[in-house]
Design a protein around this ligand. Structure first.
Ligand SMILES: NC(=O)c1ccc[n+]([C@@H]2O[C@H](COP(=O)([O-])OP(=O)(O)OC[C@H]3O[C@@H](n4cnc5c(N)ncnc54)[C@H](O)[C@@H]3O)[C@@H](O)[C@H]2O)c1
Length: 348
């Protein structure tokens, strides 16, 4: 890769798609999951803060920074549930990885596709620890942009091969089922969320609605089920009835952020939850009893994006799937920034 100081590698949407397809979606998700898990395991090293959110009536724009002391990363991401009505994505993102030693960006990347991949990989890593042994059937409620990524990650990491799909918009379910055709799933489109959860060992909720919604009620969740709750990720935006939370063992990414944004905003601020890193390092055991409902209250945390950027950067030298972006001013004499500008005038 380039050593010219003005150049920053840039991964466009086109290059990201080529990268994912060159590596293979399942392998990409599996390798990415390993990076995410590796970073969760060194949790204490990271600078952690709840993401900085700017809310409006229609949505939210968020900045998600973190650092392990050597590298620094941040992601810009939005969430606008009404966007799909005029042809836009609900969620779009881009991000930067930088060198802590000199503060120079080392990578600028699209992160809309990468967010879908990292969200799915994180859910699957969590489920590896939390889902009942031998689980092979998953309900997916909400069949929008994130849904197929969730399905493929759960297949790659847990061997899920039966899917039960439901969306209030049947066109979304048709799209999801069609996209997953030929990827090794037995797919059942369902007429209601009630029907979708029947017989499922894992329930993924990944709907978008900027309000308190009740996608799952208590009677829909049988004992021993693992819930992967992805869509409730903002103040005032949840998917599960409170009674489900009260009888589940609850797992979160970073407690201070999830208290604000996750399903647990419905609970007392001191309701016990377990952070994922503590499960992965063996510090906190998962309740052994097979009747326990486990809930991953996913909101998405900065370290997952950091891991994703780190993973993408490690693929660039071998694949060459990036552009060189003239992002940083680099005068011959570092203090002669003004002189560089004057010299440029001569060329114009
Ligand atoms: N936790 C995380 O890390 C993370 C990351 C990315 C996105 N998200 C969230 O995941 C959600 C889904 O994102 P997306 O990009 O797939 O959105 P999307 O708009 O593409 O899809 C959402 C789907 O949910 C369906 N839906 C809405 N209400 C429903 C209901 N009551 N029952 C069943 N289906 C319903 C919609 O019809 C739509 O098809 C969003 O809320 C987003 O903010 C979370």
């Amino acid at each position: 890769m380039t050593t010219r100081l003005n150049i920053v590698p840039f991964v466009s949407v086109d290059h990201m798609m080529k990268l994912v397809l060159a590596i293979g979606i399942e392998r990409f998700l599996t390798d990415l999951a390993a990076y995410i898990e590796e970073d969760f395991r060194r949790w204490e090293l990271f600078d952690k803060t709840p993401r900085v959110a700017s809310h409006s009536i229609d949505g939210v724009i968020e900045l998600m920074p973190t650092s392990d002391g050597r590298l620094y990363g941040f992601k810009y991401v939005n969430g606008h549930p009404k966007n799909t009505r005029d042809g836009r994505q609900t969620v779009t993102a881009f991000g930067v990885l930088a060198d802590v030693g000199n503060g120079y960006p080392m990578l600028l990347s699209e992160m809309t596709i990468l967010t879908a991949l990292r969200t799915a990989a994180t859910s699957a890593v969590a489920a590896k620890y939390l889902a009942p042994k031998g689980a092979d059937c998953m309900a997916i409620i909400g069949n929008g942009a994130q849904s197929e990524f969730q399905a493929v990650a759960f297949k790659a990491l847990l061997g899920i091969n039966r899917l039960r799909l439901y969306d209030i918009d049947p066109a979304a379910t048709r799209k999801c089922a069609k996209n997953l055709e030929g990827l090794g799933f037995d797919i059942t489109p369902c007429a209601s969320a009630h029907a979708a959860v029947e017989g499922a060992h894992i329930i993924t909720t990944v709907t978008a609605d900027k309000q308190y919604a009740t996608i799952l009620t208590d009677n829909m969740v049988g004992s021993g089920v693992h819930i992967n709750a992805v869509g409730g990720d903002c103040p005032g935006k949840t998917e599960l009835h409170r009674d489900i939370l009260l009888r589940s063992q609850i797992f979160v990414e970073y407690t201070p952020q999830t208290r604000i944004e996750g399903e647990i905003q419905q609970l007392d601020p001191d309701h016990p939850v377990v952070e994922l890193w503590a499960v992965m390092t063996g510090k906190t055991p998962v309740r052994g009893d097979s009747r326990t409902v486990t809930l991953f209250d996913s909101v998405g945390f900065a370290t997952e994006d950091f891991s994703a950027l780190r993973y993408v950067r490690d693929q660039l030298a071998d694949t060459g799937l990036y552009e060189e972006l003239d992002l940083l001013a680099d005068p011959d004499e570092p203090r002669d920034l003004f002189g560089m500008l004057l010299r440029a005038a001569k060329h114009h």
